[in-house]
Design a protein around this ligand. Sequence first.
Ligand code: HEM
Ligand SMILES: *[C@@H]1O[C@H](CO)[C@@H](O)[C@H](O)[C@H]1NC(C)=O
Ligand SMILES: *[C@@H]1O[C@H](CO)[C@@H](O)[C@H](O)[C@H]1NC(C)=O
Ligand SMILES: *[C@@H]1O[C@H](CO)[C@@H](O)[C@H](O)[C@H]1NC(C)=O
Length: 317
Amino acid sequence: MVMANLMTVFLVMEVILTGFRFGAYGLNMNYYLMSCPLMEPVVKDTLNKALQDDPTLAAGLVRMHFHDCFIEGCDGSILINSTKDNTAEKDSPANLSLRGYEVIDEIKKKLEKQCPGVVSCADILAMAARDAVFFAGGPVYDIPKGRKDGTRSKIQDTINLPSPTFNASELIRMFEQHGFSAQEMVALSGAHTLGVARCSSFKNRLTQVDTSTTLDSEFAKTLAKTCSFGDNAEHPFDATRNNFDNLYYKSLVTNNGLLTSDQTLYTNPKTRNIVNSYALNQALFFLDFQQAMVKMSMLNVKQGSMSEVRQNCHKIN
Ligand code: HEM
Ligand SMILES: *[C@@H]1O[C@H](CO)[C@@H](O)[C@H](O)[C@H]1NC(C)=O
Ligand SMILES: *[C@@H]1O[C@H](CO)[C@@H](O)[C@H](O)[C@H]1NC(C)=O
Ligand SMILES: *[C@@H]1O[C@H](CO)[C@@H](O)[C@H](O)[C@H]1NC(C)=O
């Protein structure tokens, strides 16, 4: 009897706790099960085809999702175009070459045909980032769905994005404001196992002005050569730009990190051991990364009257 009562108490508690973690925002794993049952295969197939044509888009989508979530929550606001009265997030200098908008549009178009007005742009972006990680050889994970699209997208909100010249203390502080630990920040930075940065994002390291982080001398020469082609010349974060692996952390250990904000994770004793542990153990990195991504995908998720499911991801209904 006592046991049965205890069981009930635990069950109720379980429901309340899960309710707070997911249900509070109306998010859940099977959100579209009834309203758009073929949604997942549409997202996966469209994305797979796009990434087969251009594997570098995986990086673009993962980064776009990060920017979406860090500015006003994961509400698809990064997709909104500027209008004559409003300069949107997208047009901030911090948009720094965001890529992959066409893939989101293609998925949205197909889903609008299947189940009009049902699947939000914010969910499409979150799922595209998830599948891009998997496509590139990273961990498989699922995310809860049910995000609504926001109706605000303002250039001034992009000050919430970290700068490539931040040191570890500044990164820890900024990620803390979004509820992430130093370890989660280091794990999320591992997304830089994909993609490239332009010279304008790392040229600070080639001058005497910034000597806060160590830069391998051979690597410095390579970067200087890249920059001789101008501010928009690109350099990959690690030697396998389209593979999701732990080479990024191994590069930091040998002072081959690209941005100040990358190398500082190894320079600073507060985060160095985390970098070492991911450099030694890819499985550990994958596990921490996927957990941190799920958490990031739920930042300030929108519900209610100030949100909607956009018909066109580029404009408010
Ligand atoms: C820790 C703080 C971070 C800083 C300071 C930072 C900064 C940057 C910068 C400056 C670039 C290159 C942009 C360019 O030059 O065009 C970049 C690229 C990228 N970032 Fe981050 N980032 C951070 C964290 C993250 C996180 C948390 C993610 C995702 C979870 C992410 C995903 C990416 C990806 C995938 C690229 C490559 C994009 C491409 O090749 O198109 N970054 N980041
Ligand atoms: C990024 O912002 C610049 C203005 O700073 C704008 O010209 C460019 O079109 C934007 N890029 C994207 C992909 O929206
Ligand atoms: C990090 O940057 C901040 C702001 O520029 C500075 O005050 C601080 O001393 C730096 N910390 C380290 C460890 O370099
Ligand atoms: C948004 O902007 C892109 C290019 O910047 C353009 O191709 C697209 O048609 C625009 N969409 C809307 C709805 O304004």
